[in-house]
Design a protein around this ligand. Structure first.
Ligand SMILES: *Cc1c(COP(=O)(O)O)cnc(C)c1O
Length: 398
């Protein structure tokens, strides 16, 4: 109707949504409701923090808005959000999952839920034959990430959504690597959008969180049930921190993407580099699709520096601005080494076949000045080269 408020843009909503419960003090920022329980019959309808707290409501309001969702449920971590969704399935249900999914999701499927009779089939969802399998196998759920970790494969969410809908299944997209400011899976046809808010949404590497957004009321009820029945709720303080962090998501994602694209171009032109993967580089295999479904390339890029395992380790140790650590999506740049960290348990031949080579490194590009980041990489590479020539004089470059 004409009286309706104009739909504000995501950057604005990130700042202005989720501000209820400011109480009578005039506080511009809502306080932290550090309480386990609530007086019976209160106006907010709260009873016990495991099943709801004003700080969860504020966080859920802003996150639902950013994903164009009617409902959002907050959890204590991304893994807790995954647990909430998977625990809603039943014995014998089949999930078709993208084969390049996050390691902890794979571990949870394999080491926990398969014990209870969950079946999971892993497929490369960039292949048309995999989409045919969705039609043929009639799974209960299809599970994907895009871009994937660490190879940044981009999956056509709208195409998978169409097939999933025809099969009467539920499509879940783990949107952690993009954030809602880069990609909105629900608008592309996904039923559930899950994020580890630990990463870009909070953006400051100072707490864990997760969220599931949906327009399907039945799924929303299942998520609320899982939050309280399984004890997957966040703490009020963490919910408050993420509500604070998300305010700058618009500005941060712009800067992450700008820095990452510049760094990707620099690395691609650097002699000796084997392969740079970044969704918004024209050399990316799904470049056109990425341009269609993402607003930017986000802040993660992977590169094979063409170094041996030993040299790669030296390179990582010599970086000063890129902290050598797991995780991603914070304001500070991080670097990780998939072959020895996230994929260490995968046999070397299998790793190499899927592209996780010894020389592969993954950068989570922060919001620092990009010239400092480039200098940091240059200096670390110089160090590796010098040692190389010192040890093997016959190979020293003139
Ligand atoms: C980190 C991550 C998770 C898990 O989130 P936590 O908050 O660490 O539990 C899930 N999916 C993806 C893609 C992630 O990067």
């Amino acid at each position: 109707m004409s009286k309706q408020k104009p739909q504000r843009r995501p950057e604005t909503r990130a700042v202005h949504d989720g501000l209820d419960f400011r109480d009578q003090t005039g506080a511009v920022v809502p306080p932290i409701y550090a309480t386990s329980t609530f007086l019976n019959g209160n106006r907010g309808g709260f009873d016990y923090t495991r099943s709801g707290n004003p700080n969860f409501n504020n966080l859920e309001a802003v996150l639902a808005g950013l994903d164009e969702a009617e409902f959002a449920t907050s959890f204590s971590s991304g893994v807790a959000a995954i647990t909430a969704v998977v625990s809603s399935l039943k014995l014998g249900d089949l999930i078709i999952a993208e084969e390049n999914i996050y390691g902890c999701t794979f571990r949870l499927f394999h080491q926990v839920f398969e014990k209870f009779g969950l079946r999971v089939l892993y497929l490369d969802l960039t292949q048309p034959s995999s989409l045919d399998k969705i039609t043929f196998m009639q799974p209960e759920m299809v599970w994907l990430e895009s871009p994937t970790n660490p190879l940044l494969k981009v999956i056509d969410i709208a195409a998978v959504a169409e097939r999933t809908r025809q099969a009467g299944a539920t499509l879940l997209v783990d949107n952690t690597f993009s954030s809602p400011l880069v990609q909105q899976p629900l608008t592309l046809g996904a039923d559930l959008c899950l994020s580890s808010t630990t990463k870009y949404v909070n953006g400051h590497s100072d707490c864990l969180g997760g969220v599931v957004c949906t327009n399907d009321e039945r799924w929303a009820q299942k998520m609320v049930f899982a939050q309280k029945a399984l004890g997957l709720n966040p703490s009020p303080f963490d919910a408050w921190l993420i509500t604070r962090g998300v305010k700058t998501l618009g500005a941060r994602m712009e800067r992450h993407a700008k820095n990452a694209l510049q760094l990707a171009r620099y690395l691609e032109n650097k002699p000796g580099t084997r392969r740079v993967r970044y969704p918004f580089l024209p050399s990316h295999p799904q470049y056109q699709l990425a341009r269609r479904q993402m607003r930017s390339g986000s802040g993660i890029l992977t590169v094979d520096l063409g170094l041996s395992l030993k040299e790669t380790r030296k390179f990582l140790q010599r970086l000063q601005l890129f902290a050598f650590a797991e995780s991603l999506g914070g304001v500070e740049s991080l670097v990780c080494h998939p072959a020895s960290m996230t994929h260490a348990s995968v046999p070397k031949e299998v790793r190499e076949r899927v592209g996780v080579t010894d020389g592969l490194v993954r950068f989570s590009v922060g919001i620092e000045h990009v010239d400092d980041l480039i200098e940091d990489i240059e200096n670390a590479m110089e160090g590796v080269k010098h040692e190389k020539s010192a040890c093997i004089p016959s190979l020293a470059r003139s």
